[in-house]
Design a protein around this ligand. Structure first.
Ligand SMILES: Cc1cc2nc3c(=O)[nH]c(=O)nc-3n(C[C@H](O)[C@H](O)[C@H](O)COP(=O)(O)OP(=O)(O)OC[C@H]3O[C@@H](n4cnc5c(N)ncnc54)[C@H](O)[C@@H]3O)c2cc1C
Length: 413
């Protein structure tokens, strides 16, 4: 806290780490609620000058931009706007109450209150070469890598004279049959169909293989049996094969994915060999910077345990939200999943809670409102389950999902 006098004469320095869904939602809520008389400065610190709305990343393989410039969300107004965005890399966080500051690529940033919203990274479960020899999907740059890999495979296949020679070059492998893996598989099919029709209509006559490797015996955790059955039908129609109960044991130097069949643990490992690099979307764990903090975390994914107000226990000046946090839903007693709608609601909540706290107004613990789920299952196909039990499928579902995600990215709320 800086300055002197009563609470509202002093300037509260609120620093939000991360400009993803949770950090941007927190900044937007401050933007909406801060009044001119509030002596509060809010800084959002993030590594990129673009807001990446991750739920639209799979779609961006084909058409839809998944980013929005940060400057349009938090215009600086010559440094006068109440919420300022700064493009910096956060390098360290000092939680010491005597030295409350964040180390960044542009020097230290002191704070009175801190919101840690640094998100998550792909989880590789110590599987050999999974981190170095596969392509994850965390940022737009990974889509560019994917596109380059796919186009490279198509060009190589077009040089071959026979389908038998083309088949191994046109095999694509995705590890993980959760929502991201399934959405990406449909987008990949569309990308391949379009690229072949445009570039090699005479030279490539076979349908490229798409295989999803999945360690459990089902797809889409969190979806109903009816929804899964619908999606499986569409996957089959799109020629996308799922290898169930297949645990990846290593990724080879030549980008092969070695798997063991969990139903026959004594059987020999086999290799699934894609033409190019495999794509890895097999789960997430907290950002390494968050994982390095000396606070209580869940060992398997390093998400930080927070109290019902999303604060670090005994540290009312520090909140952790979004994928970095493991908040327990009071209604189910389960840890809330790493999902966009959780991150967005937590971001808006912390801004409101901080203002309530400082204005000496009553506070309520965070309560998650599940609004339903959405999934893209091909260019013209979406599946949307709204909370009151409505299931929108097909083109209407696809339109609704795209509209809602783009609204959330552009406007928030
Ligand atoms: C491909 C994909 C598809 C998804 N689809 C869906 C979906 O359909 N529905 C759904 O509900 N959820 C979906 N999710 C999950 C959802 O996107 C996340 O739960 C959500 O983004 C978490 O928000 P967050 O703010 O905690 O983290 P993020 O949105 O990841 O934001 C973290 C931010 O911190 C920044 N950052 C990280 N480290 C540093 C650093 N050292 N210095 C500065 N800045 C840093 C990052 O650049 C990023 O902007 C998807 C995730 C992925 C990857």
């Amino acid at each position: 806290m800086t300055g002197s006098g009563g609470l509202w004469e002093m300037t509260q320095r609120i620093v939000i780490l991360g400009n993803g869904i949770a950090g941007v939602a927190a900044g937007r809520e401050f933007q909406r609620r801060l009044r001119a008389k509030d002596s509060v400065s809010v800084s959002v610190l993030g590594a990129s000058d673009q807001y990446v709305f991750k739920p639209l990343l799979p779609d961006a393989l084909n058409y839809h931009a998944a980013t929005k410039p940060m400057a349009t969300i938090f215009p600086s107004n010559g440094g006068k706007a109440p919420v300022q965005f700064k493009k910096v890399i956060v390098q360290g966080i000092s939680l010491d109450p005597a030295k409350k500051e964040v180390q960044t690529s542009e020097g230290p940033v002191p704070f009175d209150s801190l919101v840690i919203a640094l998100g998550s990274k792909s989880a590789y479960y110590n599987i050999k070469r999974a981190d170095s020899h596969t392509i994850p999907l965390e940022e737009p740059v990974h889509l560019h890598r994917m596109q380059a890999m796919i186009l490279g495979q198509l060009a190589a296949a077009a040089q071959k004279n026979t389908p038998a020679e083309q088949v191994p070059l046109l095999r694509f492998v995705i590890v993980g049959a959760g929502a991201t893996g399934v959405e990406l598989a449909f987008e990949l099919r569309q990308f391949l169909d379009k690229a072949i029709a445009k570039r090699y209509p005479q030279k490539i006559k076979i349908q490229p293989e798409i295989k999803i490797i999945e360690s459990t015996n089902d797809i889409l955790p969190g979806f109903s049996a009816q929804e899964k059955a619908y999606v499986k039908q569409l996957l089959k129609r799109a020629g996308i094969q799922i290898l169930y109960q297949s645990s990846v044991t290593e990724v080879t130097e030549a980008h092969g994915v070695t798997i063991i069949d969990k139903t026959h643990p004594d059987s020999k490992p086999t290799e699934v060999k894609p033409g190019g690099e495999p794509i890895w979307v097999a789960g997430v764990k907290a950002n390494p910077l968050v994982a390095s903090l000396s606070v209580e975390k869940f060992p398997h994914n390093q998400r930080v345990k927070v109290n019902p107000f999303l604060e670090l226990p005994n540290r009312p000046d520090i909140y952790v939200i979004g994928d970095a946090a493991a908040a327990v839903d009071p209604n189910t007693q389960q840890v809330l999943p790493a999902m966009g709608q959780v991150a967005e609601q937590q971001g808006a909540y912390v801004a409101r809670d901080m203002l309530n706290k400082w204005r000496h107004q009553s506070r309520n613990p965070f309560s998650f409102q599940n609004k339903g789920v959405m999934l893209s299952v091909g260019p013209q196909n979406g599946m949307v389950r709204l909370l009151d039990g409505w299931l929108l499928k097909g083109y209407i579902g696809s339109l609704f999902r795209k509209w809602l995600y783009r609204y959330k990215m552009n406007v928030g709320g």
